[in-house]
Each structure stands twice: as structure tokens, then as C-alpha cells.
Ligand binder design. Sequence first.
Ligand code: 1CP
Length: 352
Amino acid sequence: MPGVSESPSQKPLLRALAGEAVWPPPMWLMRQAGRYLPEYREIRAEAGDFIALCTAPAMAAEVTLQPIRRYGMDGAILFSDILMVPWAMGQPLHFAEGEGPMLEPVRDAAAIGQLDPSVCAANAAPIIETVRLVRAGLAEEAPRTTLIGFAGSPFTVACYMVEGHGSRDFAAARGMAYGDPALFGRLIRILIDASADYLCAQADAGAEVLMLFDSWAGLLAPSQFRRWVIEPTASLVRAIRKRHPTIPLIGFPRLAGPMLAEYAQRTGVQCLGVDTSMDLRWAASAVPPSMCLQGNLDPLSLVTGGMALETEARSILGAMRGRPFIFNLGHGIEKVTSPENVSTLVRLVRTG
Ligand code: 1CP
């Protein structure tokens, strides 16, 4: 909208993150740019492989904006992947069709010694350029939409780096954490430094919020959760705060269960992403009342649609009314989701 300039404080998502009970709540969906959208599949085919798409700024910016154009979401999440941090430090990575990410595993001191966190942000320059293009695109097309930058949390990224691929239990990574905590700690330290630089570069380029995806945090025993999730996240948050003292941060320690309370208290994030397994009312009782929550619709209810979707969405809205909240899924959107069901959900949430 030419001539309309919106100050950041008027963006609903930023107001919720600042502790305001905005109603109807701002919304976006994890993995909202993706294979369920025909317009995404078209650009994905044009780009060739997934890494090529993530490192082609014009195309990556375009797919970031697609769900904003279609649905008017309040949040636009940078199109990239958590594994672009190891990629930017030189760890060989490819995405095998239908199999997910494959990395050359780092399992000993020699391999971990090769990783240089100081080159990450520079090698990620095309992704930082995408952030710039998306921010400019939003200013023109969707001035109320907030740009969310992201990285994986050190523990979850370390899981993939050590294991070399996705896994149900990440036994090699968790085994290293028990068997050689000094070595695993070196890897975590490298990831804190690299991710801090990378996230600050995103903020410098126009990201207004930063989200930390800790998809595998819930695999850890409490002592390990404190050591490998809470402490490194707190350290990463402090490093970001030195350079960007006020940028809002969303932490998503998936399947953390009751450890969520300690995570909320000790990491320094403003907002907690809540996964599908957790009762939102319990989460609200476990964190300070001014702390924003985000979540947690079951992605499967969005695949199903109809009454199941309506019942689940209304129950979340009922539980969160009157507190700072961002409507989202409890995990990424499924690729079999019908785009029409997403329209239905947007209408439901918009009418509060
Ligand atoms: O072929 C394709 O189109 C690739 C599929 C795909 C997509 C669309 C992958 C591979 N990553 C992404 C994008 C992505 N990944 C985003 C983009 C922004 C958005 O949300 O719209 C984000 C935020 C991520 C984050 C991510 N990647 C996470 C954390 C969130 C989560 O889902 O738990 C994780 C664990 C990954 C690793 C990854 N990348 C891709 C896949 C299939 C996986 C999961 C691998 C596995 O463990 O099986």
C-alpha cells in the first residue's frame, strides 16, 4: 500500500511479543511456505534442489512472501533451514528427496576442530540477502506483517551434525553428550558463536523477531536438558542481546514437558513456542503472565479440517483469551494439508 507506513509498535505480532493481549491474536504457521502450496512447488521445481532454493535470494524471498499474499499472515518466517548453519561452516550437506537432510557426521575432535564459527555469517550472505529482500517486500505489500528470522538451537543442530541425518532418538549425539561432554561442549560452543553472529546478521538485515527451534530438546533427561538446552540457549540469548538489546526472541523447546517452566525462567526469551502435546492452560500457569505463548494446534487437525479443526482451534482461542498469545501450530504444517483448510483456519482465528 503506497503511502502507508506502519510503525513497528502497530504490528500485532510485535505487540503480543511485548506482552499485550492482542485480540484476535496474531497468527502464522510453522512451515507456512512449503509443499502444500502449489505456488511453492512451482518455484521449488525451478530452483532444482532445496539448498539452491535457500541460497537464491530472489526465489527464497518469493516463497517467504507466498503465504503472506495468500493468507495475510501476521508473521513471515524467512525461508531457509536450521541446517544452513553447519552448511555455512563447511560441513557437507545435501537433502535427499523424501529422506530429509544428510550430513557428513562430525564425531571426533579432528572433525569438530575443523569447524570455524567465524565464517558462518559471511558464508550465509545469500540468506542474509533474502532477509533484506523480504523486509523490503513486506514494507511494500504487507506493512502489518512482522519478519521472523530463525536458527536451530545449538542442541538440535548438534544432533544432526553428530548423527548425520534425522533420527527418532539421536543416540550418537546424546551418547557423545554423556561419553565425552568436553567434546560435545566444544561443538555446542561453536554453535553458540556461529548462531549468534548469524542471527545478529539477520537482525541487521531487517529481521524483527528471532526464533530458536529446539525440535529435539524433549529427548533429554532433566540434568542434560539444563546443561545442553537451557545453558547454551541462555548463553546464545546473552550474546544476541549484547548487539540487539531489544529484539524479541521466541524459544521453541519441543516436547520439553514440565521443563518448560525452567526454560522460561532461565533462558531470557520473551515468548515460548508450545508444542501440540502440551496443555496451553498448564503452560500459561507455568510462565509469568506477561510472557507471550505461541502454539499449538495439532497439524493433523488442519489436515482433517471440518469440525475437528473448528473444535481444536476454538479450544485454543478459549484458553488463551486475555493473555499475550500468537496463534500457530504445535509443529510444522503437513505437506498433505489442503490450502483451503488453512483459509478456514485463518477465518476462524480472525473472528476470535
Ligand atoms: O524439499 C523440500 O521442499 C524441503 C523440505 C523442507 C522445507 C520446506 C526442509 C527440509 N526444510 C524446510 C524449510 C524450513 N525448515 C523452515 C522454513 C520456514 C517455514 O517455517 O516456513 C524452517 C523454520 C525449518 C526448520 C527446521 N528444519 C527444523 C525445526 C522445526 C521442525 O520442523 O522441527 C528442523 C528439525 C529442520 C530439519 C529439516 N529440514 C528439512 C527436513 C525435512 C527436516 C527434518 C528432518 C528430520 O529430522 O527428519
